[in-house]
Every structure is written in C-alpha cells, then in structure tokens.
Design a binder for this molecule. Structure first.
Ligand SMILES: [Zn+2]
Length: 443
C-alpha cells in the first residue's frame, strides 16, 4: 500500500511539472529538421505551439543565431544561418518547454571549391549628438542610406570615371539592419541616435578611449561594422574627415602582412579595451561632388575609404617614414608616390591655377602623380585609398584580395570565416593589443 501511494504521488508530481495531461504533448514544432540549407546562408523559421513558457538556444552561435530566445505560448521562431565557406556542418537549436527538450537540427553544405561568397555585412551608424536641432550633428537616416548606397556602388566597381583600369567588384554589400541585436525593430534601419554631452569630439582620443561609456556603444563586432558619426574637433595641419582602426590578423599560415597579428581566430568585443570602429566627421557628411566639379571632402568617398581601412587597406601613397620611395601598402598594383613632394609642387600648382581661373581644366594636372619607384612613370590617381586630387572611385585587384582575406579570416570582422570550424572559442578578458588606426585628411 505504501509503495503504491508513493508511486501515485510521484506520478502526480510529474504531471504538475510537465504542466499538462499525459496524452497532450508539452509543445509541438512545425518542423524540427532543416536539411540542405544553402551555402550562402538562409533565414529559417518554424512555429511552436504551446500554452507554456519556452526557450530556444543555439549550440552553434558563431554561425547559427536563433530569435527570439524565449517566449510564452504560440510563436514563430527564426534561425539565421550564416553562409558557409569552411566545411559541411550540422547545427543544433534546442527547444525547452514544460520540462521537455527537443533538438532542431540544421545541416548546411560548404560553398564548393572555387566559388566565391557574396558578403552581406550589416552596418550600424551610431549618431552622437548634443543638439538635436543641428543637422550637422543629428544626421538624417535618409542621408545615411544615400551615402551607403553610393559606397556600395564603389564596392561594385560600377561608378568609375573614364580612363584607367576598370574598378574591381569586391563582391561585398553593406546594408542597414532592420533590427537591433536584442531583436527589437529599429526606428530607422541601421541608425542609432545617442545623446552625448561633449561635442565636438577629439577623434584620436575617442579611438583610444578606454572608458566603458564609449566601448559599450559598440554592437557585436562579429555581427556588425560600427560607424560613429560626430563632429570632429578641428586640428592643425588639415581637416580630418574620417578615422578607422585596422583589422587584426591571425598568426600563422593565414596571416596577412601589414596587420597586427594575434594568436586567435575568434575574438569578442570583451577582448578589446578600446572602441574598435570607424569614425566619420559629421560636419562633412552632407558633402557630394556635383557633376563636373571636384570635392575633396565628398562623404561617399570618405566612407568608402574608411571602410577600406577597416577591411585592411593602407593608403595608396607612400607612408614609409624611413624610405620616401617605398611601396608601403602591400599592394603592388597601386603605384607609390611621394605625397609630400606632390603636395608642395603638382597639387599646389593645380589649385593655384584653378583658384585663379575657376576652370576645372586647370585642376587636371593635379590628378597626375610620379611613381616613386620609376620617375618616368607618370600616372593618374583613381584610387579610393588616395587623397586629393584624385578620381577616388575604385579599388585594384590587390586591394580586393586584401579585403577578401580580411573578410575570410580576420577575427572581429562580420561574415562567414574559412576557419569557422575552429573559431568558436574566444579568449577571456581584455587582451593587450596595440590600438592601430589611420587618420584620414581631405582626399
Ligand atoms: Zn585614410
């Protein structure tokens, strides 16, 4: 009798825990198995039917993101599967409800050898403002979209002026995300407005700041490129339009020269003690280039240029301090030139002539450079990583290769990685990493 009572009590207790009668399941899923997810990635969805509370957890967070992570009652659950350029793989999302667990499995083949992935990278603009009524601080979402659209044309290689080699298609598209990391819809896609008590801001101090208030502005670096828009403090010696950190590169066989090396293939925001990002001077964000004119502060060029740095490019001109003739950008198809010499001669002469006549033709000699490796080689500047006076509308093949390498291998850069099978564990705590950035004057 005693045994039987215990059994009954145990059974009753189990029923309470499950929260439902024995012939009714705790929950049902419309689908628990996704096979053949395309290598390019896909957003999957399924329905959960239940009266109870549930959680949904991805066991492969580096390529498989589930949202929402929890809920009550019937809902649609989505799984965002990233593109796959490493190897065939299976991921698991566990659904837990009323004491019962079910695994949803996702299998995805890798992109075939020799095929190239089109990268789609979300970009979040953090607009810092002190005065909401100042249009040079509170930059409109429509202007941000307009500039990013133009930047995408540069990265497609489609906007090139006449002459020179064709621009490279980087096979990369930047886009403005509709939702914040927590899953809530953004009022304006890709834009976050942040009230800030200091304006203007010294951009170099900002990029090195160890203060959590600035570091915490950053969204997940593995998912987004963060762009800060604010008024830069004026400096002597020129106008700074933008500033960007350079990416890191993993030590070993996939190291990319010209970048700081780290021993990790995967890192997280918490590993950096500074705000790794692009900053753009919002005082010039309204600048375009009218047809038939030249504008060395064009915001579209500035953003394309800074994103080039963020993806591993150096300036096309000579930056070597010891040797004024060295090719310092690790790209042999961008010809080096001595920028100091150019500024004090060719560029100054062209501006003087143009300022006197107002005739654009007088500016044309300023587009010419002398190859510092070969004085007889006079070339025209078309490169986005050059400064004024330049057509600034394209990248070269070597620059394309560098950016693709960073996309495929660098930690803290969004998008599928070739090392995905080994990248899931990040080191703990803030690492001692030098803060390396490029300051960019009028181009
Ligand atoms: Zn630059």
């Amino acid at each position: 009798m005693k045994t039987r009572l215990t059994y009954l009590w145990t059974a009753l207790f189990c029923l309470i825990l499950a929260g439902c009668s024995s012939d009714e399941p705790a929950f049902t899923l419309s689908q628990d198995n996704f096979t053949d997810v395309p290598p390019e990635g896909q957003i999957l969805s399924f329905q959960i039917e239940t009266a109870g509370e549930w959680t949904a957890t991805s066991l492969n967070k580096d390529w498989c993101t589930v949202s929402p992570g929890k809920g009550t009652g019937n809902a649609t659950i989505t799984i965002d599967v990233e593109g796959n350029i490493s190897q065939d793989r299976t991921g698991i999302v566990t659904i837990y409800c009323n004491g019962v667990q079910t695994d949803v499995s996702i299998t995805q083949k890798a992109l075939p050898e020799g095929e190239e992935l089109t990268y789609r990278i979300p970009v979040i603009f953090h607009v810092l403002y002190k005065d909401q009524n100042d249009p040079y601080q509170y930059i409109s979402a429509s202007r941000i979209k307009q500039v990013l659209d133009k930047v995408n044309q540069y990265y497609d290689g489609k906007t090139i002026a006449a002459g020179g080699d064709a621009g490279q298609d980087i096979n990369l598209e930047f886009y403005l995300p509709e939702t914040a990391p927590q899953g809530n819809a953004l009022e304006a896609p890709g834009v976050e407005y942040v009230a800030w008590d200091e304006m203007p801001i010294n951009c170099e101090s900002f990029m090195q700041d160890k203060n959590d208030r600035i570091i915490n502005l950053l969204w997940d670096l593995n998912k987004y490129i963060n762009i800060m828009l604010y008024n830069f403090t004026a400096v002597e010696g020129g106008t700074i339009l933008g500033i960007s950190h350079l990416p890191l590169s993993t030590r070993g066989q996939n190291y990319l020269e010209g970048l700081h090396d780290v021993e990790y293939t995967h890192m997280e925001n918490s590993n950096l003690g500074y705000p790794h990002c692009v900053s753009i001077n919002s005082l010039y964000f309204d600048q375009d280039t009218p047809e038939g004119y030249y504008n060395s502060a064009d915001a579209n060029v500035t953003l394309a240029h800074e994103l080039g740095h963020y993806l591993g490019l150096h300036h096309a001109f000579n930056e070597g301090e010891s040797d004024p003739n060295a090719d310092s950008d690790y790209c042999t198809d961008t010809k080096p030139y001595n920028r100091n010499l150019y500024q004090s001669t060719t560029m100054m002469d062209a501006y003087n002539a143009y300022n006197k006549s107002g005739d654009m033709n007088d500016l044309l000699p300023g587009f010419q450079r002398v190859n510092s490796l070969n004085a007889e080689d006079i070339f025209t500047s078309y490169n986005l990583m050059d400064y004024e006076i330049s057509y600034s509308d394209r990248f070269t093949l070597n620059q394309r290769e560098r950016m693709r390498h960073v996309l495929e291998y660098s930690p803290l850069i969004p998008g599928p990685k070739k090392t995905a099978s080994t990248r899931s564990v990040a080191p703990q705590g803030v690492l001692d990493i030098p803060i390396i950035y490029k300051v960019c004057y009028k181009h």
